[in-house]
Every structure is written in C-alpha cells, then in structure tokens.
Design a protein. Structure first.
Length: 354
C-alpha cells in the first residue's frame, strides 16, 4: 500500500511540473515556432574577403548583346562572356569537355582558350594576358584584352560599358616570296616563304584560303610545291615567333608554270665551276629541304634558270660566288654520282657568308 501511494505522488508531482512549464510558455504571446535545420543540410558560406563585382554591359561592332560581363573590385580589366562576344564577331566555337577548353575559328584565325590557364594560343603560339579564363555559371569569361591582344580587335571601356569590334577586311597586307617548305595537317597547312629555319614568314592557310595562278586559274593547296614564287594576302596579325606566323586568305602563284616533283637544298656555295663550253654549275653544301633532297649537290645552270632573291625578284647571276648563301631548287632527276648532279630551275641567292 505504501509503495503504491509513493508512485502515485511521484506521477502527480511530475504532472504538476509539466503543467506549470506549459502555463509559463503560454504567457509569452510573441513566441515563434522553432525551425530546426537537418544535420546534413549544405551550408553556403561567403568568404569574408570575397571581392565584390559590378555588372558590365557589352557592345559588339556597335550593337548591344544580351550577355553581360563583370568587373571584380580587385581587377584592372573587365571579364567578358567568351561565347557571346566571339560568336557576335563571327567565330565558331567548339567546347572540349575533357580539357575544359574552347577552340575558336574564323577563316584562317584559330585560337584555344582553357579554363583556369593564363595561356592563350595565337596561331599555335602561346601568350599570357595576366588573367586566366573563368568559368561562372557554366559560362566561360575572358579578360577584355583577349579581344585586342589575341583577336587583334579594338576594345573601348567607358564606365560600366565595354565596346569591342573586329574588322578583318581592313587588316590585310601583301607579302611576296619563294616557298621553302609546306607542312600540312588535314585541311590546315603552313607555307614558309622568304627563308628557311627561323628566317622568313610562315603563312597559315586553311580550307577557306584561296589559291590561284596569276591569270586567275584556281588551284588547291596540293598544287603548290617548294620553289614557287607566290604573293600572299595575309592578316596584320602575326605571332612573335621566329619565323612569325600569320593567317592567310589568298595565295597567288607568280611563276608561269609549276615544276612538279621539285626538291631543294639550302646551304653555301662551295665552288663555282665553268666547263670548256662555258656552262656554269655550282656546288652547294648544306641541308636538303625535302626527305629525298641531298645535303650536297651540284646544280647546272641554264638560260632558263631563274636567279632571284628571297622575295622572288630577279638578281644578276654574278651574285652566285663562292661563299654565297643559296637555296637551290631542282629535280627530281639526279645523277647517281657523289655528289649528285641536277639541273637548277631556280636559285635563291642571299648575302655572302662572313
């Protein structure tokens, strides 16, 4: 009996305490329901020192685009939406998910932009702009200087507005020279003129480049060969490499006829020979320009042999003296002698070696 009464009194006491607590809670008329966040809920925390950014409006060739850029408080130049800007300038973009990069192409202009890397490709050469491309909300942004330094357009910033423009038609120049090498890669190729190795100029051509004879006859890239004198219409854009490279829109062959199968040797004239009939030949020691070309060759000169400078302009045959730097074009037929002997159809002659 006593045990039962003790249990009853304990229950009554606990009930009274709970009732009293409820009564006190009820007297607070401003009490709000408590919201409890699940333990595993993600929490977004803004870094204390995160730089603020302002919105930048963008105009391309005088017209506003829907996308905006941004300027960080700590930055010196605005970031522009790559796709929106370059597509408005006529470029085609290809996104490479594996490398998080974008390939841009317009005619003979090709460049690559990679997320997070301050390394921008200009005609296969790399340059830096001081700011890496940034991926924000699945959109890639580049510094405004990308348009001016990589695409060679114009950029004008006024307050929170940036205007960019690109007019390739006003940026074409002519260059003339003799082809010394042709390197192909699918529809793209590079044609070196005016010299070998680090000398001269490299013309980057593509499927959009026009090829023709001087009379307007259409050609293709496969019709070209070393030794041909050409005139090239190319962009003012050029890399700082040696030799410089430039996008090229048109190549015109200035020779009246092609010489299929031509090979060549670049080097120094070791000897000038004249036989008893007055026929002249030169011994060249140097480097073959093609796989089948010898490094040492004797070239016979005829009345039809063109003696020119690196630009293809005619020079006096008297320039062909011992010690002269030359590039001889001949063949493909050669004697089996050592050194082999062939007939030269064109020889580029430069200054005498010191």
């Amino acid at each position: 009996m006593k045990s039962t009464m003790k249990k009853t009194l304990a229950v009554l006491s606990l009930t009274a305490m709970m009732t009293t607590s409820a009564a006190y809670a009820a007297t607070d008329e401003t009490a709000q329901p408590i919201s409890i966040m699940p333990i595993n809920a993600p929490i977004s925390i803004m870094p204390i020192n995160a730089p603020a950014s302002s919105t930048i409006t963008v105009q391309v060739n005088g017209g506003a685009i829907n996308e905006h850029g941004y300027l960080k408080a700590t930055a010196t130049e605005p970031m522009l939406p790559l796709r929106a800007v370059t597509e408005s300038l006529g470029f085609t973009l290809t996104w490479n998910q594996a490398t998080m990069s974008v390939d841009l192409n317009k005619g003979n202009v090709f460049t690559t932009v990679k997320t997070g890397e301050d390394r921008y490709a200009i005609n296969k050469m790399l340059t830096t702009l001081g700011t890496a491309p940034e991926l924000v909300d699945n959109k890639l942004y580049v510094p405004a200087s990308f348009v001016s330094k990589v695409l060679h357009g114009t950029v004008k910033t006024e307050g929170t507005s940036v205007s960019v423009a690109l007019s390739e038609d006003q940026k074409k120049v002519q260059a003339t020279g003799v082809i010394t090498s042709i390197r192909t890669n699918g529809n793209d190729a590079s044609i070196q003129i005016q010299g070998v190795n680090t000398e001269g100029l490299v013309l980057n051509v593509s499927k959009d480049t026009e090829f023709q004879m001087l009379d307007g006859t259409k050609l293709s890239l496969s019709d070209l060969h070393i030794g041909l004198t050409v005139s090239a219409e190319h962009s003012m854009i050029a890399t700082l490499s040696l030799p410089p490279q430039t996008p090229t829109s048109k190549v015109t062959v200035l020779d009246k006829a092609k010489h299929v199968g031509t090979i060549g040797t670049a080097g120094v004239v070791e000897e000038v020979r004249t036989d008893d009939k007055g026929n002249k030949s030169i011994l060249i020691k140097g480097t073959g320009l093609t796989e089948t070309a010898p490094g040492e060759v004797v070239l016979q000169l005829t009345n039809d042999t063109a003696i020119v400078d690196k630009n293809g302009d005619k020079v006096d045959q008297a320039k062909l003296v011992k010690g002269a730097n030359v590039i001889g074009f001949y063949g493909p037929a050669l004697t089996k002698s050592l050194p082999p002997i062939g007939n030269a159809w064109k020889v580029i002659v430069a200054a005498k070696s010191e």
